[in-house]
Design a protein around this ligand. Structure first.
Ligand SMILES: [Zn+2]
Ligand SMILES: [Zn+2]
Length: 246
């Protein structure tokens, strides 16, 4: 039985005080006092040594898609988003953090990852967005999980940058198969036309947030919908980036 199934979904925004109280309560569900990776004592989900080792800004990355540099893909076919920020590689052992965020009923991990992304965004002096939005889940997956992990990251990021996370601007107009269940060649078709913009995006600089970028097809489809709705620019922040296959 999931330990948490509270509806922190973007579809049902709660009053601010209630949301903050819920966030505080959620923090108690984390196994406090132990690093999620090495199990040494730590106040944060990762101890400072693991954060430095696995989330340190060491690797040279493509500014456009955050793949390890040099990135031939963006030279051949640049994605519609202007830049991508990430914290590290979606690979062992960090993939365990994402698994706990998505399947371990630990949405507070998303808030923590979002806060780190917000700190890095500010430290890199990247252009300040007008709107922060999360890649939406399908209704069925949102009901099953009880929360959208990308929304939890977006909220942490927006709070750190003192911005408003917009829960309604970007929606899904149809259900799609999980991208991870498909070969890369079918992923673009799977999400084409899956997103709809339900609010005013005209001339806005939008920061689009997700937990992981692998092929980039989901983020490209969502960014395309925002740009077609008139957004001036779309940038991307993902907690982790899947390394390109060898
Ligand atoms: Zn550790
Ligand atoms: Zn690239």
């Amino acid at each position: 039985m999931p330990r948490f199934a509270a509806p922190t979904s973007p579809r049902a925004p709660r009053p601010r005080a209630t949301r903050e109280a819920l966030c505080d309560a959620l923090a108690h569900w984390l196994p406090r006092g132990l690093c999620q990776l090495c199990a040494l004592p730590s106040r944060a989900p990762l101890c400072s040594a693991c954060e430095e080792r696995y989330l340190g800004a060491s690797a040279a990355r493509c500014p456009r898609c955050a793949a390890r540099a040099p990135c031939g893909a963006c030279m051949l076919a640049p994605p519609p988003f202007a830049r991508t920020l990430t914290l590290g590689d979606y690979a062992p052992p960090l993939d365990r953090v994402i698994a706990r965020l998505k399947f371990g009923a630990q949405p507070a991990l998303g808030h923590w990852l979002g806060a780190l992304l917000g700190q890095r965004w500010a430290a890199a002096r990247l252009p300040r967005p007008d709107r922060v939005v999360a890649v939406p889940l399908s209704d069925a997956r949102l009901r099953a999980r009880g929360y959208n992990q990308a929304w939890e990251i977006a909220r942490g990021l927006a709070a750190t940058l003192r911005l408003h996370a917009d829960a309604t601007l970007l929606g899904r107009c149809r259900d799609t198969a999980a991208q991870s269940s498909l070969p890369r060649t079918q992923r673009a078709d799977n999400v084409r036309g899956a997103f709809v913009v339900r609010g005013r995006a005209r001339l806005a600089r939008v920061l689009l947030v997700d937990d992981v970028m692998t092929s980039g097809c989901t983020l490209q489809a969502a960014a395309g919908a925002l740009l077609r709705a008139g957004a001036a620019e779309v940038a991307v922040a993902v907690a982790l980036r899947t390394p390109a296959p060898e």
